[in-house]
Design a protein around this ligand. Structure first.
Ligand code: HEC
Length: 132
């Protein structure tokens, strides 16, 4: 190998590692993606919802099942999707917890989520309802 080729080779290596550093920001590193399904949303379901929405009913909110029971899935008691990714205002899950009364009883039945919990679920949906 002559010097020119060796120089070109190392030059390419340096160029490649630099371009990796400035590559697109992954969703998990993106500061605007604040809410995580597994660590922020699922714990709310575990504490406030699974006592009624376990694996025997129509809407299963248990860990490992909840996501597939929500995102893009038609509600059983209402006309519309439980979660429309990116659109909380048209997601029955959100309209059932926001106190609007637009879709029957507010959830959790007999009590309320805190404003912070409601906002966490809203933000998760508006950020694209990722399984993150
Ligand atoms: C005490 C029992 C109970 C608890 C706790 C409860 N639910 Fe419900 N949920 C029900 C019942 C009963 C229904 C069916 C009647 C209705 O739609 O209001 C229902 C319906 C729903 C529906 C509509 C499902 C569909 O496809 O029609 C959603 C969404 C929902 N619940 C979300 C939640 C969430 C989220 C929580 C926790 C924050 C929760 N529920 C906690 C009893 C409960």
């Amino acid at each position: 190998m002559n010097k020119a080729i060796i120089f070109l080779f190392f030059g390419l290596l340096v160029f490649q590692s630099c371009s990796k550093d400035v590559g697109p920001i992954e969703p998990e590193n993106n500061p605007t993606q604040n809410v995580k399904f597994a660590t922020d949303v699922q714990p709310i379901f575990n504490n406030q919802c699974v006592s009624c929405h376990g694996n025997s009913g129509n809407l299963n909110l248990e860990s490992g099942n909840s996501y597939n029971n929500l995102v893009g899935v038609n509600a059983s008691g209402y006309s519309g999707k439980r979660v429309v990714a990116g659109d909380a205002e048209h997601s029955i899950l959100y309209k059932k917890i926001d106190g609007s009364g637009q879709y029957g009883s507010n959830m959790p039945l007999g009590s309320n989520l805190s404003a912070a919990q409601i906002n966490t679920i809203k933000q998760w949906i508006d950020e694209g309802a990722l399984n993150n």
